[in-house]
Design a protein around this ligand. Sequence first.
Ligand SMILES: *Cc1c(COP(=O)(O)O)cnc(C)c1O
Length: 419
Amino acid sequence: MSEQTIPSEGTSGDYAGRYDRALLPVFGTPQRVLARGEGVHVWDTEGTRYLDLLAGIAVNALGHAHPALLSAITKQAETLGHVSNFFASAPQIELAEKLLELAQAPQGSGVFFANSGSEANEAAFKIARRTGRPRILALTSSFHGRTMGALALTSKEAYRAPFEPLPGGVEFLDAGDEQALAAALAPGDVAAVFAEPIQGEAGVRPLSAEYLRALRRLTREHGTLLILDEVQTGVGRTGHWFAHQAIEDLQPDVMTLAKGLGGGFPIGAVISFGPQVHELLQPGQHGTTFGGNPLASAAGLAVLGTILEDDLLGHVRSVGAQLTREILALEHPLIEGVRGAGLLLGIALRAPIAKQLAAAALAAGFIVNAPDESTLRLAPPLIITDQQLATFTAALPGLLDAVSASDAATAASIPKGEH
Ligand SMILES: *Cc1c(COP(=O)(O)O)cnc(C)c1O
């Protein structure tokens, strides 16, 4: 058979067209079709290799095809893959115990397993409702997910508007405004405040330690739950098990997790701290078919175990700090600064060129993303080395220059009056 008539297997063929014909258009057409991954690299169907500096959006904590994760999932699948929640399994119980230990949760705390970040936040939302108080506070620029309850907590109008009415009772406060927080909590009718320690989707924007402390103090004063969404920041991403642990005595009442927890295997979790929160969801008031099944739990245990054994928390702090120093040392006129912690970093740009920059980086073999117009987000696998990160830092000035030059050219080529 001639090679011209049949696209050889493993090439992109007409994947873009087939994608458009077979999938709902919610994501737009992806720029590449990926075929495999190993360590911190992925390859597309054309055989091009990329340094994965996004890790499936802070998911592939151990990179791709990590032997510990592979063997845990394989062994568990060979043994017992799924049982309903009519039954327990050892991996589920062990993972819950491990999470409670790492979160330094007091006696009487508990875990509910879900399958995603949105689902974890849905469960937290239901916990908040069960306090019997009518109001819930979330912050401007928040992102808590796309399901209806999680969306009700998400501030971005473009995400919300097409789906109204959303579950009610949610109000948004300016992130960082302590006075507004105090005023909103004062009537004593607020069930919970939802907050991300670092607002990842908003462009890697950390809440200040001062504001986080105020959140804890004021919610405690008014009997309001502090619910920290650590879906993106948790599980070692910031160089701590959970981002809030960077600040002393900042234990939340509820914490939600997902993304990195399964290292790529879907799993989410809600941790309730202490006996009072524990009692809010009574038997029969919440549930899931898949949540916490043996396979997902085994994946979670492998991720946590590897982070522990390989001291990845220390590693993340060290390579994250080194990367930040190197990016700042470029002293590039288009780089304003670096936000974030550990290996959740946002390179703040002085021009709205982040989307073009991410595209140029991809063409140069680096996967990054642009959560907003002027931020480039890096969230690589936690196992990445200084040397691997340095290849990106070395390429960055050239990418910035190329993008700003073509941007200027485009701007110049647009006739005045047609903007
Ligand atoms: C990604 C994310 C979510 C949503 O998680 P999904 O698994 O996509 O449902 C919620 N909160 C935060 C902070 C996130 O980064």
